[in-house]
Design a protein around this ligand. Structure first.
Ligand SMILES: [Zn+2]
Length: 331
């Protein structure tokens, strides 16, 4: 079952965050600015949409997932709910100024105007400064929800004006259960996807709904293998090609991060811990024999830095070139 076919959003894991908002709402103290932090695909924008639904739902229990308001929010047609979650476009100052004009008006039909600004660390500095003004003089019936992977990349003055909720990766078992109970996955399918998801329910759900995702994953793993045996010229050519599409680039780097973490586990002999890329166990075992623990540690740190740089608008191609030239070689 697809989320959008029912208009009901399933939030798995941060139930504590929902409880908190529920108590604040009941006490008439809805926070005017929230900051949701955590790794990519951990559920930040799902939780933001859930809050938007909850604040404007016309039925009980909120959100009902059936009323006109809930439906409009899921289909992106609610006049009082604005969601900015482009994967590769940073929010600009003009958009913030337009928003400010909208926010000065009362809600059209909902109880609250809710604005979700995803990956706000990617906003331009002028946009961030402009938003600060809105945070300093909040209008009533307006709730701003910012999301960020790394709150350290935001202006401290923004962070200090938001109620921060930090989301953590889910356990494999919670993902297995959620995939079966809310998304009707078969047991075997749920086990594999939960393992590959490494705590990111959003990724597992996408993989369930989009069979291409696993095909692409296999291709990206093969490419990594080929790059280990490739020279400088081939590596730079790959960087040029991959850096054209930011969403794919992030997907690939996140996958590689799971590979090097697996290699670290295999090299340190932590046999009791399951690796993430279980279906690649044999090939990873071979890779582990041909590289060192120090290399795995270095690659994990370099991949983390590269992913943070992408959120901070560092040139994707340069970022990737540096990474690929440091990739160990098995030639
Ligand atoms: Zn509703």
């Amino acid at each position: 079952m697809d989320i959008t076919s029912t208009f009901k959003i399933h939030v798995v894991g941060p139930e504590w965050a929902i409880d908190l908002l529920q108590r604040q709402q009941a006490a008439g103290r809805v926070p005017q600015a929230l900051l949701l932090t955590g790794p990519p695909n951990v559920g930040k924008s799902t939780l933001a949409r859930f809050f938007a639904q909850r604040l404007n739902c016309q039925e009980t229990p909120q959100p009902c997932g059936r009323c006109a308001s809930c439906r409009k929010i899921i289909s992106g047609n609610h006049p009082d709910v604005r969601i900015f979650d482009s994967d590769d476009q940073a929010i600009k100052i003009d958009e913030i100024r337009n928003l400010q004009r909208e926010l000065s008006l009362s809600p059209h039909e909902g109880q609250y105007r809710v604005v979700v600004l995803s990956n706000f660390e990617r906003a331009t500095l002028s946009a961030a400064n402009a938003l600060l003004k809105t945070l300093e003089e909040p209008a009533s019936q307006v709730v701003l929800v910012l999301t960020a992977t790394d709150p350290g990349a935001l202006l401290p003055t923004i962070v200090s004006r938001c109620q921060m909720l930090a989301l953590r990766p889910l356990s494999t078992q919670s993902i297995v259960e959620a995939l079966q109970s809310h998304w009707q996955a078969l047991p075997d399918q749920a086990e594999l996807l939960a393992q590959l998801a490494a705590g990111r329910l959003g990724w597992a759900v996408r993989a369930l709904e989009d069979q291409e995702l696993l095909v692409r994953r296999e291709r990206h793993l093969q490419e990594l293998l080929a790059l280990l045996g490739a020279g400088r010229v081939e590596r730079l050519a790959y960087a040029q090609q991959l850096s054209r599409d930011l969403a794919t680039l992030k997907e690939v780097l996140t996958l590689w991060l799971t590979v090097w973490r697996d290699l670290l586990l295999l090299q340190s002999g932590a046999a009791q811990i399951k690796i993430v890329n279980l279906d690649w166990q044999d090939r990873l075992q071979t890779m582990a024999h041909h590289s060192s623990l120090a290399q795995a540690k270095e690659m994990i740190s370099r991949l983390r830095t590269a992913l943070i740089n992408l959120e901070r608008n560092v040139n994707p191609r340069l970022n990737l070139e540096v990474l690929l030239l440091k990739l160990p070689s098995n030639r």
